[in-house]
Design a protein around this ligand. Sequence first.
Ligand SMILES: Cc1cc2nc3c(=O)[nH]c(=O)nc-3n(C[C@H](O)[C@H](O)[C@H](O)COP(=O)(O)OP(=O)(O)OC[C@H]3O[C@@H](n4cnc5c(N)ncnc54)[C@H](O)[C@@H]3O)c2cc1C
Length: 339
Amino acid sequence: MNIQSDVSLQLLHTLRLKSQARALCTVSGTAELRTALAWARAEGLPPAVLGEGSNVVLPEYWETLVILQRIPGIEVLSQDGKSVRLRVGAGENWHAFVAWALGQGYFGLENLALIPGTVGAAPIQNIGAYGVEVASFVESVHGLVTVDAAEVTLSTADCQFGYRNSVFKGALRDEVIITAVDLRLSKQPSSQTGYPSLQAHLESAGIDSATPEQVFNAVMDIRRSKLPDPAVQPNAGSFFKNPVLDTAGANALRERFPDIPCYEQSDGSVKVAAAWLIDQCGWRGHRVRGVGVHSEHALVLVNDGGDSAQELLRLADAIAADVAAKFDIDLAIEPRVYL
Ligand SMILES: Cc1cc2nc3c(=O)[nH]c(=O)nc-3n(C[C@H](O)[C@H](O)[C@H](O)COP(=O)(O)OP(=O)(O)OC[C@H]3O[C@@H](n4cnc5c(N)ncnc54)[C@H](O)[C@@H]3O)c2cc1C
């Protein structure tokens, strides 16, 4: 196994911050992952996994063995007339997998098209977009326990999925390295088109009852028109989660701010658009010391060439403080911050 020392991570994460790892290796199988974990243990270095680095804020120097998760493979486990069960290697690219599944006639993931990153990272924050979350399709998650490389399988219930959350961000944070994810997809086409901007996009295209292909294409169109491409303007997608309030809290806020965009959730809670809160505080388009807030999308913080994680987090703190002062709401950062 090739383990490199003192490696720049700047091109290995989408924020492109200045960052260097003490050691780095790439794993394309479970045996290699075991070797990497044994090496880290022997060196006394904590291991840390990176997929495609699209949801992380990295430190300038990272005293760790970075394991680039590249385990490939898509396997059909079983199928009947209604559904198919797939095992997908954690290192597969998420969007390529979604496109492949659609091509095979395996439906459900269309709303999650073009989300950057790997399949193995998808359960970590329960990726979601346009009214759909990956949790609805995950049957189990396979991995190795970081401390002793023992194999582990977690059921959907074990994963404790929530809004941009799972057990991998809580009790099992850094405890398990995901090697494969089992998903059940439908063989019967049905489309989730209720999300307001998706619905509006389909209506404007004159599409009444959308096929999964039409949803897939619409989601890609919307995302390309709204979100900055990290290759052009480095970013980590939404930097803050949308706050979730109880009904009383949401009603009180709606009384003070009648225009506030709120989305009722099935459990009775109400999700508030963090982008709107940030915009109302005047941060959209703001630039400071090489970092900034995207001019079209206030939820996206960008690296404008400053390359400094500290500056980015200083900006995030200032935004959160303004939102707390104006709306009495605490914003939570979505990407994993390793500083
Ligand atoms: C432009 C843009 C748009 C985005 N849009 C969305 C969106 O619509 N919805 C959404 O939910 N997210 C979105 N994201 C966030 C991101 O795409 C997802 O969080 C994605 O799942 C991250 O995948 P990754 O492979 O890049 O993970 P990384 O950034 O490499 O890792 C993220 C975290 O997961 C851990 N991790 C990764 N792989 C494994 C593994 N195999 N085992 C254990 N831990 C692991 C890492 O250690 C790290 O803590 C967006 C990001 C960008 C840049």
